[in-house]
Design a protein around this ligand. Structure first.
Ligand code: NAD
Length: 362
């Protein structure tokens, strides 16, 4: 099992170190190779995704990624900014399916800004298409308008587009994921206004006929944004395009209170995947040893389940995380009165100890 380890910037190095520690107590054999990515790679090699890093990522079964970015790089040309490394990896590896679970752990129910009864037991999965839509559609650019409301004025434009195969493959991913859960898919679109999303809705409906055991419903994105805060537990699997998924998955993430708890996976057609926490590089707390490593540790669990075919090892990590939360340990982002505040390393150590304890008992 070959894993490319790309810690990146900011808290990336701190949280990935904890995930590696956890992987190393599982009695499995991994080939781990680390490389620079993001701002760290730009500073060392002049590019956020150097060839050597891309080569390593392509050759691996899975990539464990920390986070990239720092405000000090904001003035760089767009193609040299740290965040371009993620886009480059997605594009080069064909990572088209992004999985973002939003799970509310019983012990963290009070961390949410929503009422406990709305989110207790929440377990939803947002599946976002990652390589198409308005983020990549051509043409795009700036020009002088020749029509519209202000002919002769400077304007900018992007192109929203989806092809049938792009929609079909993400729809299959969603229906198959739903089969392993409560067998419900909500496809989110804006079919009332956008041609692209009427097509999306039509194609998802067609694909859904091959999955008669899975219930499919459709929801406009504006309503989905409202329902996520009004009655989030109504959802099971949500599938949507790149832009709507970007926004809704962050909204879903915050339902649970802390972005420091949420893992993510981006997969290609051969189940090769990039696994990373849903949050960024948190430059405001980098180097302080207080970042929550659990999102990265849970991303490593997703990696074991989806790309490395080790579901039992994934279960062990997830169950250890629950045990640690039950024991009252909290990093600063999820701390509340009556719990014990710990740093990044202590949290990683506690997960390792919980795994080892169960192994010894078992
Ligand atoms: P962020 O997710 O890095 O931080 C938002 C807030 O959440 C901050 O207050 C931060 O301290 C806190 N936070 C994030 N992760 C945490 C953790 N594990 N434990 C405790 N607290 C945590 O988002 P931002 O501040 O908007 O962006 C910072 C940088 O990260 C930017 O350069 C941005 O471009 C980049 N970014 C990268 C990714 C990625 O690598 N996938 C994703 C989002 C943002």
């Amino acid at each position: 099992m070959k894993i490319a380890v790309l810690p990146g910037d900011g808290i990336g190095t701190e949280i990935v170190a904890e995930a590696i520690k956890v992987l190393q107590v599982l009695d499995l054999t991994f080939e781990l190779e680390t490389a620079l990515v993001g701002g760290a790679a730009y500073e060392a090699h002049g590019h956020p995704l150097p060839d050597a890093t891309l080569k390593l990522a392509k050759a691996a079964d899975a990539i464990l990624f920390g986070a990239v970015g720092d405000w000090k790089f904001d003035k760089l040309e767009r193609n040299l900014r740290p965040e371009q490394a993620i886009l480059g990896l997605r594009k080069n590896l064909g990572l088209f399916a992004n999985f973002r679970p939003a799970i509310c752990y019983e012990q963290l129910v009070d961390a949410s800004s929503l009422k406990p009864e709305l989110i207790a037991g929440l377990d939803i999965l947002i599946i976002r298409e990652l390589t198409g839509d308005i983020y990549f559609g051509q043409p795009r650019g700036r020009r002088v308008a020749t029509d519209g409301h202000f002919p002769g004025a400077e304007e900018a434009f992007d192109t929203m587009r989806y092809s049938r195969p792009e929609i079909e493959r993400i729809a299959h991913v969603a229906f198959q994921a739903a089969r392993k859960r409560s067998k419900r898919v909500t496809s989110v679109d804006k079919a009332n206004v956008l041609e692209t999303f009427q097509f999306w809705k039509d194609v998802v409906t067609e694909v859904g006929k091959a999955y008669p055991d899975v219930e499919l419903d459709h929801m406009y994105v504006d309503n989905a944004a409202m329902q996520l805060v009004k009655a989030p537990k109504k959802f099971d699997v949500v599938v949507t395009g790149n832009m709507f998924g970007d926004i809704l998955s962050d909204e879903a993430a915050m339902l649970t209170g802390s972005i420091g708890m949420l893992p993510s996976a981006s997969l290609n057609a051969s189940n090769q995947g990039l696994y990373e926490p849903s949050h960024g590089s948190a430059p405001d707390i980098a180097g302080k040893g207080i970042a929550n490593p659990l999102a990265t540790i849970l991303s490593a669990a997703m990696m074991l389940r989806f790309s490395l075919n080790q579901p039992q090892a994934a279960d062990r990590i997830e169950s250890a995380v629950k045990d640690v939360l039950a024991s009252g340990l909290r990093t600063a982002d999820i701390y509340s009165d009556g719990t014990t505040r710990v740093g990044t390393r202590e949290m990683g150590d506690a997960v390792v100890a919980a795994i080892t304890k169960k192994t010894t008992k078992g």
